[in-house]
Write a protein that binds this ligand. Structure first.
Ligand code: HXC
Ligand code: NAP
Length: 269
C-alpha cells in the first residue's frame, strides 16, 4: 500500500487501535494529523508518526463532544495540508456497567463521545474532504450488532455509528466520498480490551469466543483500513467490515453472560 503524499486524519489516534492505524498510514508515506483530548498524547504520537515514516505529522488536542472545537481543529489540519484523502473517526469511551446501575450522565457520556462525536467529526470534516475520492472510516465495535450485558451504552452508540455510516454513504456517495465502518474484534493489549477483560480468566473467556482462536492485533485493524482507503476498494462504500476472527458468528458467547454475572455479583456485594 502506498499512500505517499495523501492526507490522513485520525481522530482519537493517540493510543491503541487508532494509533496503530495512524502508524500504518505513516509507514506507507502519508501525511498524518491526529487528535485527542490530551496534548501530551498528541505530541508523543506526532513524534512517533514522524519516526515511522510519515511524510509529515501534526496534531491537535480537542474533545469530540465539542462540535466547535472539532470543526476548528479540522480547519487547522486543512490549513496545513489541504483536502483530506482519508478520515478515520475512532474516539470512544467505555466502561462495563449494568444499565440499572448507570447514572443518566454515565449513559449519556458514552453516547456523547462515541455517537455524537462521530457526527461532529464527520460534519466538521465534510467541507474539507477530497471530492471525488475521499475515504471515511468509522471505528465501530462488535457491540453495534451483538448485545453484551453491561454494555447498553456502547451497544446503543455503536449501532448508531454504523447507521450513520450507511446513511452518509448514500448522502455523500453522490459526491464521490466513500463511507465505511470497521469493527475490530477483541484487540490485544488495548484499553478497551483491558476494561472488558481485566483478569486473565476473563481474557481467556474472550479468546475462546473467537473461532480463529486468537486475539486480534492493532495491525489486523490497520490492514483493513489501508485496504478500504486504497484503490482496491474504490467500489466499496456503506459496508460494516468486521475484523474479528469470526467472533460475530458465535454471537455474544459465554463472555457476554460472564460479564453480566460478574456485574450482578458486584451489585449484590
Ligand atoms: C459506572 C461510570 C463509570 C463506571 C464513569 N462513570 N465510569 N459509571 N461505572 N465504571 C460515570 C461517572 O460517574 C459519570 O457519571 C459519567 O460516567 C462521566 O464520567 P467522567 O469520569 O466525568 O467522564 P469523562 O472524564 O468525560 O471520561 C469519559 C469516560 C472515561 C468514558 C468515563 O473512561 C474515558 O475518558 N474513556 C476513554 C478511554 C476508553 O474508554 N477507552 C476504551 C474504548 S473501548 P455521574 O453521574 O457520576 O456524573 C470501546 C469499545 C471496546 O469503546 C469494545 C471492546 C471489545
Ligand atoms: P483507547 O486506546 O482508549 O483509544 C481511544 C482514543 O480516543 C484515545 O486516543 C483517546 O485519547 C481518544 N478519546 C477518548 N475520548 C475522547 C474524546 N472525548 N475526545 C477526543 N478523543 C477522545 O481505546 P482502544 O481500545 O484502542 O479503542 C479504539 C477504538 O476501537 C474505539 O473506537 C473503540 O470503540 C474501538 N474498539 C476497540 C476494541 C478493543 O478491543 N480495544 C474492540 C472493538 C472496538 P485521549 O484520552 O487523549 O482523549
Amino acid at each position: 500500500m502506498n499512500f505517499a503524499g495523501q492526507t490522513v486524519i485520525v481522530i482519537g489516534g493517540t493510543s491503541g487501535i487508532n494509533r496503530g492505524i495512524a502508524e500504518a498510514f505513516a509507514a506507507s508515506g502519508a501525511k498524518l494529523a491526529v487528535a485527542s483530548r490530551s496534548q501530551e498524547k498528541v505530541d508523543d504520537t506526532v513524534a512517533a508518526l514522524k519516526a515511522a515514516g510519515a511524510q509529515d505529522a501534526i496534531g491537535a488536542a480537542f474533545d469530540v463532544r465539542d462540535p466547535d472545537a472539532v470543526a476548528a481543529g479540522l480547519k487547522q489540519f486543512h490549513d496545513a495540508y489541504g483536502d483530506f484523502d482519508v478520515l478515520v473517526s475512532g474516539a470512544a469511551g467505555n466502561f462495563p456497567a449494568l444499565a440499572s446501575e448507570m447514572s443518566v450522565n454515565a449513559f449519556k457520556t458514552v453516547i456523547d463521545i462515541d455517537l455524537m462525536g462521530t457526527i461532529h467529526v464527520m460534519k466538521g470534516a465534510y467541507p474539507f474532504l477530497k471530492r471525488p475520492g475521499a475515504s471515511i472510516i468509522n471505528i465501530s465495535a462488535p457491540q453495534s450488532y451483538l448485545p453484551y450485558e453491561g454494555q447498553a451504552h456502547v451497544c446503543a452508540a455503536k449501532a448508531g455509528v454504523d447507521q450513520i455510516t450507511r446513511t452518509l454513504s448514500m448522502e455523500w456517495g453522490v459526491e464521490g466520498i466513500r463511507v465505511n465502518s470497521v469493527v475490530p474484534g477483541f484487540i490485544e493489549g488495548t484499553e478497551g480490551a483491558k476494561r472488558l477483560a481485566p483478569t486473565p480468566d476473563a481474557g481467556e473467556a474472550l479468546r475462546r469466543d473467537v473461532p480463529l482462536g486468537r486475539w486480534g492485533q492493532p495491525q489486523d485493524v490497520a490492514n483493513a483500513c489501508l485496504f478500504l482507503s486504497s484503490d482496491l476498494a474504490s467500489y466499496i462504500s456503506g459496508t460494516v467490515l468486521a475484523v474479528d476472527g469470526a467472533l460475530y458468528q458465535r454471537g455474544s458467547g459465554k463472555f457476554g453472560q460472564m460479564m453480566g454475572e460478574m456485574l450482578r455479583s458486584m451489585k449484590k456485594g
